[in-house]
Design a protein around this ligand. Structure first.
Ligand SMILES: Cc1ncc(COP(=O)(O)O)c(C=O)c1O
Length: 387
């Protein structure tokens, strides 16, 4: 039988830069993934086992476990300048599921969606899938938001999608910029999405959740997940907090795609969120140590330049070689280290590579050593620099 794909899938296939997954060869150092290298905290495993033993094996509430939504709302109220109601919380299959639900709920064919880049590549794939029009706005050279350019692009746009802290950039956006965006959008119908999957991991920079910005309150959807904060990528549990009408729309598309969220995982999530920082403070300390190490070692490589990451667990650096990011990435695979090419995250990412420091200090040291050797080979092959 001849299979003919949907127009949505065709568009993703034509435009997507998302890799289908590299297969690391035996001895290669894999610094390519956004996968925390910590085991699930024991208390989480116990909460999950208890939920299974207590019989959470049936369909749950289609809009998500009411107690979980209540806990998320309670914590958001503490962080924000206003009362957040459980009705504003939508639960989904990871941040990925929530983002898919919200794009499906809000974006139709031809709708404009502003995406500052370089950024997480899922956003544009989702917009392409539903036939929306991606409007890229480059970040400034310091990887911060170009607020005037964003506001100008956002005229008449349906959505603006921010990733804060940034994947791949590690940038944390200051409160003033979020407020300026809120002010600039007054009177418009543009919804602002703030994906805050990495907000637990910042290094000295003040992180302000968009949920606490009064100027954004009528239009902001904050997306979060257990994945990075608690090293629970396999639990597939994410959520959004939105104004009630938008939350109802996100929950409706969510349950249309996937039905009720996983009952047992949601029970474990309640325990996880109640314990909060106690479960990830060790990871914060470890990422912070690794970040210092990465900054020291990367700074020693000739031709490499970068902004010190303020958040997340990635170093996003200019390789300084006159070849495309993808050519450099491929060369480095042969040198025994796996990274991601900056161009995967948008046109402005050309010239950059992303390395994850969700790996041991030994792996990081070995990986950066190989990066240095590989870049050196490329430089002596071409004998040219492009800084
Ligand atoms: C910025 C960002 N948002 C969302 C996700 C996906 O999160 P989840 O595992 O909850 O689907 C990732 C994963 O890498 C990410 O980097």
């Amino acid at each position: 039988m001849k299979f003919s794909s949907s127009a949505g899938l065709d568009r993703i296939r034509q435009t997507s830069k998302r890799p289908v997954g590299a297969v690391p060869s035996g001895d290669s150092v894999d610094l390519s993934m956004g996968e925390p290298d910590f085991a699930a905290p024991t208390a989480v495993v116990e909460a999950m086992c208890s939920a299974v033993k207590e019989g959470y094996s049936h369909y749950g509430d289609l809009s998500g476990d009411p107690e979980l939504r209540g806990e998320i709302a309670r914590q958001a109220t503490l962080r924000s300048s206003r009362e957040v109601e459980p009705a504003q919380v939508s639960i989904g299959h990871g941040a990925t599921g929530v983002l898919a639900s919200l794009v499906l709920a809000l974006v139709g064919p031809g709708d404009r969606v502003v995406i500052p880049e370089p950024t997480y590549s899922l956003y544009s794939d989702l917009v392409e899938m539903v036939g929306g029009q991606v409007v890229w706005t480059p970040l400034r050279s310091d990887l911060q938001l170009d607020v005037p350019a964003i506001l100008s692009a956002a005229r008449g746009a349906k959505l603006l999608i921010l990733c804060n802290p940034g994947n791949p950039t590690g940038a944390v956006f200051p409160e003033e910029d979020l407020r300026a965006i809120g002010n600039g959008l007054q009177g418009s119908e543009t919804v602002v999405v703030s994906d805050e999957a990495y907000s637990a991991f910042t290094y000295g920079a003040d992180f302000t959740s968009a949920v606490s910005i009064p100027e954004l309150s009528e239009r902001v959807v904050v997306v979060d997940t257990l994945s990075k904060t608690f090293a629970l990528t396999g639990y597939r549990l994410g959520w959004s907090i939105a104004p009630p009408e938008i939350a109802a729309a996100i929950s409706q598309t969510g349950r249309t795609i996937a039905g009720a969220p996983n009952a047992a995982v949601q029970r474990a999530a309640i325990a996880v969120l109640r314990q909060g920082r106690d479960l990830y403070s060790n990871m914060q300390a470890e990422y912070s140590r690794r970040r210092e190490f990465v900054i020291t070692l990367l700074s020693e490589i000739q031709g490499v330049t970068f902004e010190a990451p303020q958040g997340a667990f990635y170093a996003f650096f200019k390789h300084g070689v006159s070849a495309t990011s993808d050519e450099v990435r491929l060369h480095l695979v042969n040198s025994g280290v796996l990274l991601r090419s900056g161009s995967e995250y948008g046109a402005t990412g050309e010239g950059y590579l992303r390395m994850s420091f969700a790996a041991s200090l030994d792996e990081i040291a070995k990986g950066i050593d190989r990066i240095a050797v590989g870049l050196d080979q490329l430089r002596s092959d071409s004998s040219t620099y492009s800084n």
